[in-house]
Structure formats: C-alpha cells, structure tokens
Write a protein that binds this ligand. Structure first.
Ligand code: KG4
Ligand code: ZN
Length: 340
C-alpha cells in the first residue's frame, strides 16, 4: 500500500471559500482557494450569495487545481468532499459536483467532515511542519467554530468543549463592526492591537462551566461600552482604536488560553494542534508558542494556507479514509449540522 500512488481531488465549499486541492498520498500537489469578496459590503457571509458564487467558481477552481497539479482527471483515485457542517446551499454545490465527478470517472467518493479536516490538516507532509503525536488536543477557532477536541488517532475524535453561542471569529468580527471596521474585522483588530494597550479597557471573562465557551456576552459588552462612550465623545473610537483593539484581543486570547489550560489539566494531554482562521492571530500564536517553555506543552500551528478553510485538509482526511476503504454511497447528501 505504501508505494501505491493515490491521487485525491478534494472539494471544500462549506462557507464562503470555493476550494479544490489535489493530493498525492499525504503531499499537496495543488491547493486552490477562491475567496468570495461579495460578502465584504454586507458585514458578514450572506448564504444565498455564497451558494451562487460557489456555483460560478467551482468549475474554474477545479480546472485550476488539476492544471497546477499537472495531472489529468483520469489519473484520480478518488474524489473527497466536505459534507458538513456548514451552510446548506454552499455544501450542496460541492456535494453535487463531487458526486457527479466520481460517477463520471467511476472512482470512489469520500465524505469528509469539515472539522475533522481542520484537525487532520496537521498531517499534510509539507517538508517543514512536524506532525503531532497522538493523543493531542485539537483547538479549532474560526468564524464558524470554537472547539476543543481530544484526538486519539486519525479517526477517533471526541469534542470536550465548544461554544454555546457565537464562534470566536464572530466575536472578533462583530466587535470590529462595532468599531466601524469592515468585514472580516479579525485581522484588523490584530493589526491595530499591535499599537495599543491591552489593559486600557476591561472586558470580563465569561463564566461558562467546564470546557465550553461563550462569546455573545462579550460582543454585547463591547457594543455597550462603545455606545456609552460615544455619547460623551463622538471621536471616542477614533481616539482609542488601538487600545480598544488591544483590549478586545487580550480578553479573547485569554479566554482561549484559560480553557486550554483546563483541558490539559482534565486530560493530561500536553500536545496542542490548532486550526481555523483565528489561529492566524499573532497574539494567539505568540501566547501558544510561549506555553512550550512556560508549561512544557508541544504546540503545532499549521502553515497559514492550511489554517483557514481550504481543500487540502479535506484531501488529507480523504486520504486516510481511502486507506481504510471508507467510501460514501452516491446517495449521500450534505449535512449542515454534522457533528465530528
Ligand atoms: O477558518 P476561516 O477562514 O473561515 C471560517 O470557517 O470561519 O476563519 C475566518 C475567521 C474570521 O472570523 C476572521 O476574522 C478570523 O478568522 N481571522 C482572524 C485573523 N485572521 C482571520 N481573527 C483574529 N486575528 C487574525 N489575524
Ligand atoms: Zn473551517
């Protein structure tokens, strides 16, 4: 099996990125992502527009991935696709395309859970990153998810903590919106925070039991503070933008670290692997890297292109399922609330 060449074409369309990757075993030959710009002006992802854009993008994205990988459709061993969780209209574009392609080429179809994809992205052989040792704690932080997952092997994953309301990326984006910043505001908060005082404004840590998270109260606290201050000083945001961003980021990162420490204590597992768009945040990266020295943890942060939504992570998960001959029936459909 080891010397066999397995080419997997993977499709990811769960939210607002139309993505296709081609893998040769555990290496990535091409990884193409078409990010939908249309949502920027609406301050968030508009589901109806997202599915239409997927419909427009999917064929060019697949052509481009095949061309970059320099292989023909006939060489493919299987088609992997994201079945959920995600936006139903978006997922359906990927599922339908994957099914038709697998049927036309008469090759196996592999269903992949998006969250498992984020966690197994760490197993892509990129000649640089170290692969995490099992068991590890997977932390997925993005605009759609916030979870701590105990990962025992490539297939056994157990969610031990998750958000009970908003995802952490929403807390970044909605706070940014309150500050008048465009969507997605997370990277801008990160940028302005570099120049601000993280202790300038106090936002409290939400009181949520166990390893679960909550961010909806946080976003309201930011809104109330800004509304109150702007009444007295219309230039409040402009005059305090850096400090506001630094204080918001400080607390959001603190919430994540607090829960991670609890998860390590509860499980005894000290290997951490993070994924999702928010793991691009410079403060989270800095703090997590510092835990290697401070607490003796081993922290894995994937290359940026495998951190945000992409199809390479779907391809690597598909590869392990291919080795297990875990194929999907052509009757399969999307499942927007799929669990790990
Ligand atoms: O994984 P992703 O690309 O898509 C989802 O599945 O949601 O994550 C997007 C999220 C957005 O909320 C965005 O604001 C956030 O990741 N993000 C950041 C940073 N870069 C992206 N948040 C904070 N700091 C950043 N540097
Ligand atoms: Zn994601």
């Amino acid at each position: 099996m080891q010397s066999e060449k397995i080419y997997i074409l993977a499709i990811e369309s769960s939210c607002d990125d139309t993505a296709c990757a081609i893998l040769l075993n555990n290496t990535v030959l091409s990884n193409v992502v078409a990010t939908q710009k249309i949502h920027e002006e609406y301050g968030g992802v508009v589901p109806e527009l997202a599915s239409r854009a997927h419909q427009q993008n999917i064929v060019p994205v697949i052509h481009s991935a095949l061309k970059k990988a320099n292989i023909s459709k006939e060489q493919l061993s299987a088609i992997a696709f994201t079945s959920g969780p995600g936006l139903m209209g978006s997922l359906l574009v990927g599922v339908s395309f994957a099914k038709s392609m697998a049927m036309a080429l008469n090759i196996p179809l592999i269903e992949v859970n998006h969250m498992r994809g984020h966690l197994l992205a760490h197993f892509i052989d990129d000649n640089e990153s170290e692969i995490p040792e099992f068991p590890f704690l997977g932390l997925t932080i993005s605009g759609g998810h916030t979870q701590i997952v105990e990962v025992t092997n490539h297939f056994e994953m157990n969610v031990i903590g998750e958000t009970i309301d908003d995802a952490i990326g929403e807390a970044f984006d909605k706070s940014a919106k309150t500050l008048g910043l465009p969507y997605p505001g997370g990277p801008l908060i990160d940028k302005y925070a570099q120049l601000g005082n993280p202790k300038a404004f106090q936002f409290s840590r939400p009181n949520v039991k166990g390893l679960d998270f909550s961010f909806s109260g946080f976003k309201t606290a930011v809104l109330y503070l800004v509304q109150r201050e702007v009444k007295n000083n219309p230039d409040f945001i402009k005059e305090n933008l850096n400090d506001l961003c630094a204080s918001i980021q400080f607390r959001l990162v603190d919430i994540v670290l607090d829960k991670l420490k609890k998860a390590v204590k509860q499980t005894g597992i000290t290997t951490i692997a993070i994924g999702g768009g928010v793991s691009a945040n410079s403060e989270i990266r800095k703090i997590l890297q510092s835990t290697e020295k401070r607490f003796g943890w081993k922290v894995h942060i994937p290359k940026f292109e495998y951190t945000t939504d992409n199809a390479a992570m779907i391809g690597i998960t598909g590869y392990y399922k291919f080795l297990n001959k875990d194929f999907a029936d052509l009757k399969i459909t999307a499942s927007s609330r799929a669990k790990i």
